[in-house]
Design a protein around this ligand. Structure first.
Ligand code: SF4
Ligand code: F3S
Ligand code: FES
Length: 236
């Protein structure tokens, strides 16, 4: 099929204003948007900048706006866009470094602020075995283990656009993953971070994050569960 691809272009160091380049292309309906971008780079402009690595929805590096919605370019098929016009733009709310590449550092700074790693300084069990956990205890945080840190959620959140200091849904998802882990002992430290002005209370339940997540994580629900712990003071 014939498509018209419009791609956001910007090279800050040139001093030129951002603009869009348009490409008329012949593609297969089952091509992914990432394949289309690869085709542009191979045939028309090797200078087109975007991130990619795995090409299979695992690494999270190719999140971008495709026809106005955040998605992974390697997971969106051309035919699923139901249009022969495709517009590809960088994620909103993060500085553009080049074309479709944004500065992810503020995103990872928020991520790091919630201590997104297992903390337990208690001595290991005397029998030398693992810290045991029942299937039900494991199930409690299963959904939030699926995050691949693509930033599609945080950069679709109106509260994040309004206040870049908001830790954002991705950081809360990754805090949730450890707060509800029965083996971890640092829930209160994470809740303290999330109780700050930049924390969970900035969430206005817009749901954009949940709709944007390529891993189908129930983000808004996870945020509500963290808020509930703060209200009740109990990990349930
Ligand atoms: Fe991406 Fe979903 Fe993780 Fe947000 S929660 S960073 S959308 S995988
Ligand atoms: Fe933002 Fe998601 Fe809350 S879009 S306002 S973090 S429900
Ligand atoms: Fe890895 Fe798309 S390239 S998720």
């Amino acid at each position: 099929m014939q498509i018209k691809l419009k791609v956001f272009r910007y090279l800050p160091h040139t001093g030129k204003k951002p603009h869009y380049d348009t490409y008329e292309m012949e593609v297969d309906p089952t091509d992914r948007v990432l394949d289309v971008l690869e085709q542009v780079r191979a045939d028309a402009d090797p200078g087109l900048g975007y991130r990619r690595s795995c090409a299979h929805g695992v690494c999270g590096s190719d999140a971008m706006r495709i026809n106005g919605r955040n998605a992974l370019a390697c997971k969106v098929l051309v035919k699923d866009l139901n249009s022969d016009q495709i517009t590809v733009e960088p994620l909103l709310g993060l500085k553009v470094l080049r074309d479709l590449i944004v500065d992810m550092e503020p995103f990872f700074e928020h991520y790091r602020s919630v201590l997104p790693y297992f903390i337990n300084d208690d001595p290991i069990p005397e029998d030398g075995k693992e810290r045991l956990q029942s299937p039900e205890q494991r199930e409690r945080f299963d959904d939030t283990t699926k995050c691949i840190l693509c930033a599609a959620c945080t950069t679709s959140c109106p509260s994040y656009w309004a206040h870049g200091k908001y830790v954002g849904p991705a950081a809360i998802v990754n805090a949730h993953r450890f707060i509800f882990d029965s083996r971890d002992t640092a829930a209160s430290e994470r809740l303290e971070v999330l109780n700050e002005d930049s924390g969970v209370w900035r969430c206005r339940t817009a749901f954009n994050c949940t709709e944007a997540c390529p891993r189908d994580i129930e983000i808004t629900k996870a945020i509500a569960e963290v808020k509930q712990v703060m209200y009740s003071g109990k990990l349930e």
